[in-house]
Design a protein around this ligand. Structure first.
Ligand SMILES: [Zn+2]
Length: 274
């Protein structure tokens, strides 16, 4: 062994030492805008608890296998402890699936927009189940701590005549992710909601926001201080509008190319380290 190999070995050892604790947080794709923030001992599901959508298959749903794993908290979902939904639209939130999850997982915490209550009641929500949900009020910045997880809620405008849309900054094991839900907003609205150069390891945002619009792009760059962008909300199957990008595959490429630091995590169960 030449003396020149020693620094290489020691730097590798250092690399392993650094990457062990606190570096195992991952984000994993579920379907559509659904993601799991997976830490070592705990994980958070965002907009992923879906069994059926309300849009005739236009948006991707988790496979049946993944639905079962989420319900029973097995495999990738073995340490799931918090479930959140950004807004009540049927491609982000499924009240039937949420009530079923509440019923079979008494130790899980839930954070939902306040206006989801009636749809949960229509699906048989009991008083006891309701007591296990944190309903985040509209137009209000709020913050909740669960064992090893911080959930901060910010109002993100979904656009005119749209429901309450919670943006979430979620911190697990020293890493943070911001999920915007759907977004159709301005720098002023975000600023008024407290979203000013918010530091995050990953910003999860619908692929169309900022892709071909410099003002939206500036809004993103001033509102978040992000290490990487993960585009969300890719459709389930090819659609006519995608032809302007040259098809579904090219659309993903265009979304990736729109930002210097975009990471595409769009296959079910695919994860990337933060
Ligand atoms: Zn929506």
């Amino acid at each position: 062994m030449s003396s020149k190999t020693i620094p290489i070995i020691s730097s590798c050892a250092l690399l392993f030492a650094v990457s062990a604790p606190g570096q195992t947080t991952e984000i994993c794709h579920v379907a559509n805008a659904g993601f799991l923030v997976k830490g070592e001992k705990t994980s958070v599901l965002i907009d992923g608890l879906m069994i059926e959508d309300q849009y005739e298959g236009r948006f991707a749903l988790p496979s049946q296998e993944t639905q079962e794993q989420m319900m029973k908290r097995t495999n990738l979902y073995d340490n799931l402890s918090v479930v959140v939904a950004t807004h009540l639209h049927g491609d982000h939130f499924d009240p039937k699936a949420t009530v079923a999850h509440l019923r079979t997982n008494p130790t899980v915490n839930y954070v939902l927009p306040a206006d989801t209550l009636s749809s949960l009641e229509a699906n048989g929500l009991t008083q006891e189940e309701q007591s296990r949900i944190t309903f985040a009020p509209d137009n209000t910045q709020s913050s909740y701590n669960f064992d090893g997880v911080t959930v901060e809620v910010y109002d993100i405008d979904h656009g005119p005549n749209m429901p309450q849309n919670n943006g979430y900054r979620i911190s697990v094991d020293g890493k943070s992710v911001f999920h915007t839900g759907d977004i159709n907003t301005t720098r002023d609205q975000l600023s008024g909601s407290g979203v000013n150069a918010l530091a995050v390891d990953a910003l999860l945002i619908p692929f169309w926001f900022g892709m071909n619009d410099n003002e939206q792009r500036a809004t993103i760059d001033e509102s978040w201080s992000y290490t990487r962008i993960v585009p969300t909300h890719f459709s389930a199957k090819p659609a006519a509008w995608m032809e302007q990008f040259g098809g579904f595959g090219k659309l993903k490429q265009a979304a990736a190319a729109a930002f210097d630091n975009a990471v595409i995590v769009a296959n079910e169960g695919e994860c990337t380290k933060l």
